[in-house]
Design a protein around this ligand. Structure first.
Ligand code: NDP
Length: 626
């Protein structure tokens, strides 16, 4: 069982403790088998072709006439009738993906019981409730990614568990911590309003509920709102369409393991080739009569190497093992020269990315970083050549950008899918993606491809503005909107709370730490928030508000220590890390974050708690105890 304060930074303020790497730059330069300037030029050309002047605005939201792409629940199409709730609770949790579940679990462990969880889906799981597409699987090692493994006594069956197992684990957490008795499903919070006279939030929902809550913990999740490409003619298509996060097995047949038998007589288009598409394209290729893959930017596709969990693995584990493993994973990404417990392609990429952190001279570090990345990407491009038989197709599948410009991809069957005679890659390189949708199909490079079904694998509102990400109108003191305040970027203390919005706590990616392993980010946040709420209870506090100077200081610290390199991001191919090619202008989730890593952040929060005094928080006791 992991304990408070066990996470420690691997060096002060996130500095790596690894030894210096004098000589690596020289030896790398001496063994170069490519022309640096030619590669740079190639990357520039490929990026420039993809930059769109409208940046993040190229996408359309799943609202209004497009709401069905998000609101239709293929897993529970019937809404279970119930009476509206008119009640008051101590703690309202909005969302029950990992954020809400982990928050609920930690609150229960801290002895809280007057909790109401409101969830749009028909069960727990968040992204793992919605995303059940064929091949859906976690891309971070399961032993690190699935939360609360020690607390629930569960060991994942594979190194990279598939979606049904992950969804079941979410349900396991719900059962283990008796969170089902606190939950109301198929319910969307439509408005949140602070009532100063009551010192409570009023949450209204699409089911006519009015729930008053002393404290609100809001965990909307980074990938809960699908986004759609603003392709002309988008709504003209007469065939079948859906977004990958609302997979329609009624239409395709099969399940998460494939067997999409109903597609045997169907021509299918998939738009998008990101992390999701890598996982479902092999199954679409196997099932469809013909599959057209519309690619704007190729993903990196490294080795997956999934394997069943060794039956003896559990016997080797000592209490605290999961936190140790997560900490090990994080340290690797900050250049620590330690045994790599996860030891997969993701951590290998992390080691290459962070090797330059050990160079103290910034110029040499930048040079080394670029060189190592070129070499790494050359290896990935060579993998494409090995896997794809047709050299012309292989050429189109090669990514020309630095690996961490986009979330790294991994798969062992994706590339070979393009060897199938019924799979055609339509690369839109040189244009801005798919040109048009018609009544009959998809137009790219001036050619119409008639299809029966279009699958949109076009991602989520991960890094677009806060209003698009959270979506619920939130009115704080004096009716002020959160989105007016967070219009350009979040301003908060430690990412979770902001002045003018008392008793409202945000759980998720923002101005806290960032990691490719989202659940480790949450683990630190929810422990910290459980501590704050326990302190409030002990002190009879009914109003907690961040002091303006505290959030100003935190925001300045995030900016001062930011590792978000605008110049480097400008050179990246467009994506959600760099606000679609306009770093600094949009709302990149990486740019806002505290850059020194999860471990440094955890250390900082632990020190804050140890200092006592709840520095930066204005705590007001209920009348009579003030
Ligand atoms: P992404 O945002 O990564 O990909 C969207 C895709 O749609 C891109 O290939 C994009 O091209 C393409 N696209 C957008 N507009 C157009 C257009 N007009 N014409 C043609 N193509 C277009 O979404 P994903 O769903 O793949 O992944 C989102 C995130 O979800 C991941 O980054 C990851 O964080 C998470 N995820 C996590 C998994 C896990 O195991 N934990 C598994 C899967 C996803 P372009 O690249 O050119 O923009």
């Amino acid at each position: 069982m992991s304990k408070e304060g066990e996470i420690t930074a691997h060096g002060k303020d996130g500095e790596a403790t690894a030894p210096a790497t004098a000589g690596i730059l020289e030896s790398t330069l001496a063994s170069l088998d490519f022309d640096i300037e030619q590669l740079r030029e190639k990357y520039r050309r490929e990026r420039d072709k993809r930059i769109r002047p409208e940046g993040e605005r190229q996408y359309v939201e799943t609202q209004g006439k497009y709401a069905r792409y998000e609101d239709f629940d293929p897993h529970a199409p019937t809404i279970v009738a119930r009476e509206p709730i008119k009640s008051a609770v101590e703690i309202l949790i909005i969302g029950s993906g990992w954020s809400g579940l982990m928050m609920g679990a930690h609150l229960k462990m801290a002895g809280f019981s007057d909790i109401r969880i409101v969830e749009k889906a028909a069960d727990f799981g968040g992204t793992w409730y919605w995303n059940r597409y064929p091949g859906c699987q976690c891309d971070i090692e399961s032993y690190c990614y699935l939360p609360l493994l020690e607390e629930t006594g569960y060991i994942p069956s594979e190194k990279y568990a598939y979606a049904p197992e992950i969804f079941e684990h979410a349900r396991r957490i719900g059962r283990h911590f008796r969170l089902y008795e606190n939950a109301v499903f198929q319910t969307t919070v439509t408005h949140l309003k602070w009532e100063e006279s009551q010192r409570r939030w009023l949450a209204t929902t699409n089911r006519g509920d009015e729930i008053r809550a002393r404290f609100v913990l809001h965990g909307p999740g980074p990938a809960s709102h699908p986004k759609l490409p603003g392709i002309p003619g988008f709504d003209r298509f007469k065939g079948h369409t859906f977004h990958t996060s609302r997979w329609d097995y009624g239409y395709t047949g099969g399940d998460n393991r494939g067997n999409l038998t109903k597609l045997a007589d169907k021509r299918v288009a998939i738009i998008g080739t990101g992390a999701t598409a890598l996982q479902c394209i092999p199954h679409l290729g196997a099932g469809a009569k013909h599959l057209y893959v519309f690619q704007r930017t190729p993903s990196t596709v490294d080795v997956r190497g999934n394997k069943p969990t060794d039956p003896d693995f559990a016997k080797t584990l000592k209490p605290g093992w999961q936190l140790e493993r997560q900490k090990n994973f994080e340290s690797i990404f900050f250049g620590a020269d330690i045994e790599d417990l996860v030891n997969d392609s993701m951590t290998a990429a992390g080691k290459i990315m962070s090797a330059a952190y050990r160079e103290s001279d910034p110029k040499r570090a930048a040079q080394l970083s670029e060189l190592l990345d070129f070499k790494d990407m050359n290896n990935l491009r060579a993998r494409v050549e090995r896997e794809v038989k047709d050299p012309a197709v292989a050429e189109l599948l090669k990514p020309w950008y630095r690996r961490f410009c986009k979330r790294p991809g991994f798969h062992d069957d994706y590339l070979a899918t393009f060897n199938r005679p019924n799979v055609t890659l339509i690369d839109t390189s040189g244009s801005h993606g798919v040109e048009r949708i018609t009544e009959n199909g998809v137009v790219a490079n001036g050619v119409e491809y008639p299809v029966d079904c279009i699958v949109y694998s076009t991602g989520f509102e991960i890094s677009t503005g806060w209003e698009k990400r959270i979506r619920v109108p939130i009115q704080g003191v004096g009716g002020k909107s959160l989105y007016e305040k967070w219009n350009r970027a979040a301003v908060s203390l430690h990412g979770y709370a902001t002045h003018g919005f008392p008793n409202w706590f945000y759980v998720g990616l923002g101005q806290g730490a960032f990691s490719l392993n989202f659940t480790v980010v949450l683990e630190g946040q929810v422990r910290h928030l459980a501590y704050i709420l326990a302190q409030a209870r002990a002190r009879g506090v009914t109003r907690i508000e961040v002091a303006p100077e505290a959030e100003k200081a935190w925001t300045e610290l995030c900016k001062r220590t930011s590792g978000y390199d605008i110049e480097l991001q400008k050179n990246c191919t467009p994506g959600y890390f760099n606000s679609e090619g306009k770093p600094g202008e949009g709302h990149s989730v990486v740019a806002e974050a505290y850059s020194l890593g999860v471990l440094s952040f955890e250390n900082l929060l632990r020190e804050w708690r140890e200092r006592g005094g709840l520095q930066g928080l204005q705590m007001t006791a209920e009348p009579g105890r003030e």
